[in-house]
Ligand binder design. Structure first.
Ligand code: ZN
Length: 269
């Protein structure tokens, strides 16, 4: 992917230039990504029109535990939708963040996304903190054992309507948070630690309205870090950010990676 960004309008956008100037001296940048980084990959914002939160495909955890009909509908939905998600490819926003990691400029990537595209772009899974879990894993509600989603998908294709745990017989669930469920504690701890030790938090494609995730930039700010926000629409934290870029993630991050990375953008893993 030998794109030259100097000919793109983003290279001359004053807010992107301000972002590059802010990021250049930073020693420890942590990225915080939301749905906006994945829209270029064809994944709609799950809170937007037609998103799963509006069409009611995400059940509550108690409904999931107690209602066999809910579980069957859940697995039926996964069987029809998972292949489409698994086929999605990272876009230049993901690739630029991976390039910035490889250049030693970005440490952790905290994400609200469940699509696994940061890892697919080549980011070390150990550096990606998934606050809402991952669509690519399935776990047992009873014993906690985790499987690749593809393994369970094969069982669904083979005709199981409600797959159970091969170890303990417990209920399985996708390893993404269900409606009204708390964020996974270990991810939240890692994210808090990253937020409080960075010197620049780079928010990309998140409208920063869902707590407690949206509090992470506030934590970073409280710890003395700078704050940059790249998002198509205004966020509640724009007023306290050092730089706000009201633009798409892909071209913006590409311009930053070009300026701060070592030129070569990452290739997908
Ligand atoms: Zn189990």
């Amino acid at each position: 992917m030998n794109q030259s960004f100097s000919n793109e309008p983003e290279a001359h956008d004053p807010s992107i230039q301000a972002l590059i100037a802010l990021a250049r001296p930073s020693r420890r940048i942590v990225a915080f990504t939301g749905a906006g980084i994945s829209t270029e990959s064809g994944i709609p914002d799950y809170r937007g029109p037609g998103g799963v939160w509006q069409t009611g495909q995400i059940p509550t955890i108690s409904d999931f535990r107690t209602n066999p009909k809910t579980r069957r509908a859940y697995w039926d939905g996964r069987r029809s939708r998972y292949p489409e998600l698994a086929a999605k490819e990272p876009n230049r926003g993901h690739l630029a963040l991976t390039a910035l990691q490889r250049a030693g400029r970005v440490g952790e990537i905290i994400t609200q996304n469940i699509d696994g595209l940061h890892q697919k772009a080549g980011s070390d899974p150990a550096t990606v903190i998934e606050l809402h879990g991952s669509s690519h894993r399935v776990s047992c509600l009873a014993c906690g054992r985790v499987w690749p989603a593809a393994t369970i998908h094969d069982r669904l294709l083979a005709g199981e309507v409600e797959p159970d745990c091969e170890i303990c017989g417990g209920m399985l669930r996708g390893a993404t948070i269900l409606f009204g469920e708390s964020l996974p504690l270990d991810a939240l701890r890692s994210a808090t630690s990253a937020a409080t030790t960075c010197d620049l938090m780079l928010v990309v494609g998140s409208s920063l309205v869902v707590n407690p995730a949206a509090k992470l930039p506030v934590l970073a700010r409280g710890g003395g870090a700078s704050l940059a926000i790249v998002n198509r629409t205004p966020t509640p934290l724009d007023g306290v950010a050092d730089v706000v870029v009201r633009s798409d993630a892909g071209p913006t991050l590409s311009a930053v990676a070009e300026a701060l990375g070592r030129g070569a953008l990452a290739q997908p893993a």
